[in-house]
Design a protein around this ligand. Sequence first.
Ligand code: GLA
Length: 368
Amino acid sequence: MRPGGIWAAPGRVNIIGEHTDYNGGYCLPMALPQVVRCTAMPRTDGRVRVGSQQHPADRIDVPLAGLAESQVTGWARYPLGVVYEYHRRGHRIPGVDLELDGSVPIGAGLSSSAAIECSVAIALRDLFELSVSDAELIDIANKAENDYVGAPTGTLDQTASIRCIAGHALFLDAGTGETAQVPFDLAAKGLALLIVDTNTPHALVNGEYARRRRECEAAAAELGVERLRDVTDLQALAVLTDPVLRRRARHVVSENARVLAVVEALRDGSDPRAIGPILTAAHSSLRDDFMVSTAQLDTAVEAALDAGAHGARMVGGGFGGSIIALIDARFTDRVVTEVEKRFRAARFAEPRTFTAVPSAGARRVDHP
Ligand code: GLA
């Protein structure tokens, strides 16, 4: 056991590949500079204490042995779920104090929950010198969210938070868990990735995400494949009798092809502006076929495109959250102004905007 320390794990933004992870498909996220920091100190009395700078009134103190039955709700279930998952797998944790402090916007589709899970997962591994590979770390964080929190999400967010590196996007094959780093240096080409948080929080525990997942599974079953990832030919979807399932499957199959096209363009050194129309096509597919967009997300995408963005799309699970726009860096103010103007005209909540550079994955931050 080591003395305490401070670890950090980033939120992520997905450049392309939405709702593909739980279909065994492809994604291309990058880590954000915004992180959750976890200060962890060992205890020897079998208790887990959790606090958060963002929720100073809630201090949780529970026995490890009682985690399975704990009725704690809200943000604290994410860190507790990670401790529980280690414990359930037989990793010895004698007790721990965890203090969280996050700057990843919450409910913005930028994986604040994975940043919490991964900061705690990496802190516990280092602190108690647990023999856990990065792949298992990702699985522990993911199962905390699926089983303890009850959100049936895929592995995109946790994989990004653990495996991303600065200056790169991460090409993830969620079917195998394999990843590859893809250079993604927009600034060198005079470009920027603008994030617009529409300030309409989403909640993945609600039923729509789970419903999309079930629809994809039903489509795969009718097509006679294990996962939609196994279908690459859009024509094959014609046999689906239910038009809703056909649309859902069409999004997933076409989105996987879009990820591969973007990765190829970035790898062969093409001007990154070339990926713009592919991002915009992904938005249309999420809006029309997967039906997870909202009026705010559509308005932000249209405003960005009208103000000169090369491409734009909603990111994350949808039903609120953020969009990304690939823009010429010198036009940032123009795009932001246009988005704000349209939001005011539509009487939407005020959006939050920032540009993001591909940043580092989870790590110890007090002494490297
Ligand atoms: C959420 C989930 C991910 C992924 C995306 C959609 O972020 O946590 O697993 O399914 O939605 O791509």
